[in-house]
Design a protein. Structure first.
Length: 87
């Protein structure tokens, strides 16, 4: 039982810390959701395709799957959290 207490305590503390980080990321997720598919994103994508952006610029947000996959993962995680709440 002591080992169970230790494992459960560690898991609760780790999840609490992860949830703090997740909550802090919600503003960024909302901004990415608004950006993806917007006129601004389309212009940035076109500029990249035309070679107008610096070659050393990180461009994960311009990959058509990067933001989409993150937002889909976020929705799945929210569904899992909702399931936990309703148990």
């Amino acid at each position: 039982m002591e080992q169970r207490l230790d494992r459960a305590s560690a898991a609760v503390m780790e999840l609490s810390a992860a949830l703090d980080k997740y909550i802090a990321a919600q503003e960024a997720l909302k901004a990415l959701d608004e950006y993806y598919g917007s006129d601004e994103w389309k212009q940035d994508f076109a500029d990249d395709e035309a070679g107008r952006l610096p070659h050393d610029l990180k461009r994960g947000v311009l990959s058509e799957d990067g933001i989409w996959n993150l937002l889909a993962d976020n929705r799945s995680l929210q569904e899992r959290l909702q399931e936990i709440i309703t148990q």
